[in-house]
Design a protein around this ligand. Sequence first.
Ligand code: G3I
Length: 386
Amino acid sequence: MSISLSVHSGNSIGFKILKYLKMKKTLLFSVIFIVFLSQMGYNQQQISLKAAYKKDFLIGTALGAEHIHERNEVANHLIKKEFNAITPENHMKSGLIHPEWGRYDFDIADKYVAYGKKNGMYVVGHTLVWHSQLPKFATQLQNVDSIRSFMTEHIKTVASRYAGQINSWDVVNEALNEDGTMRKSIFLKLGEGYIKEAFDLAAKIDSKAELYYNDYNIEQPAKRKGAIGIIKKLQASGSKINGVGIQGHWSINTLNLQEIEDAIIEFSNLGVKVAFTELDLTVLPNPWDLKGADINQNFEGNPQMNPYINGLPDSVGVVLAEKYEQLFKLFLKHKDKISRVTFWGVNDGHSWLNGFPIRNRTNYPLLFDRNFQPKLAYQSVINLKK
Ligand code: G3I
């Protein structure tokens, strides 16, 4: 009896453990199954950004070499499913495409253009004239003639190679200071007229491409005034300019919808299209926002400046979604003036904001997470169209 009892009670504990383990296993499998289903659901659903906004404006993304080479099937699938416009994040910049005087490296740029064509996408050329990411030899040019020759040869060679295949060129990028005056770049040594020279040359070489002036912070009044000046001068002298690109590198903490709306209206009143060319919303603290912060200070490795290394808290994800919703509501209100909204990167892991203005941080500025899954912000942008 005692033996049978102990066996019996032994069985009962074993049974309970087994039952517990089974429950845990079932729970685990259920969670995995739900995640799997939700991912399948996303991958299989027909809805996409480009379909939702088809009648409103193009939806673009910036591609790095890894995307152009189609190295990651998940990324590749997502790009083709969600976006109908592309911009090369780096590979058409002079530093990469024109590394030495007279020597060009078109390899990745050619593949980029072919990728856009193959997938029926709107192909942006970025960018012909920019003071940054110049080839080393160009930064050392001193006299006006050699600077002019660099700029014109560069435009002629690059724009003619892709003539008829680029839908729009960012002809001149970031020519302004924050106060709206002209940036003292090497190109300004040619006089302010270098902008007209660049636009006229681009128009002559590729008559089909739309031509844009592209800059950041030009929604802000002082810099906006500078951009309006550039556009008006081009127009007054008979140059072709189709649009202005407001880059849209903003923050969830300081997003200013009023300024953005004022800029859309003012630019559009000049008769040019407005594109949002490099949209992202940082969720991280900015060293420039810190009172008395010395921007030369090295913030790398400071945990206060990199608070979400283990994931984005739900509360911040909600704020990001709200900000994107407000922005896209505004874009929809002015859809008659807006040609394109391009995100600066495919997913959070790819964003330049993980490395700027402080290196090695974990940022979450886009609509897709590091596993290429749509975030709450994606749903909020899509829901506006439901
Ligand atoms: O290619 C080199 C690689 O060989 C080297 O090992 C590595 C080491 O740092 O650097 C690589 O180059 C980097 C390049 O991106 C390609 O990944 C540069 O360091 C890095 O500075 C460069 O950053 C780009 C930045 O422009 C340059 O100014 C960003 O990816 C790109 O997102 C950013 O894009 C600009 C737009 O073109 C214009 N508007 C502002 C926007 C953000 O800065």
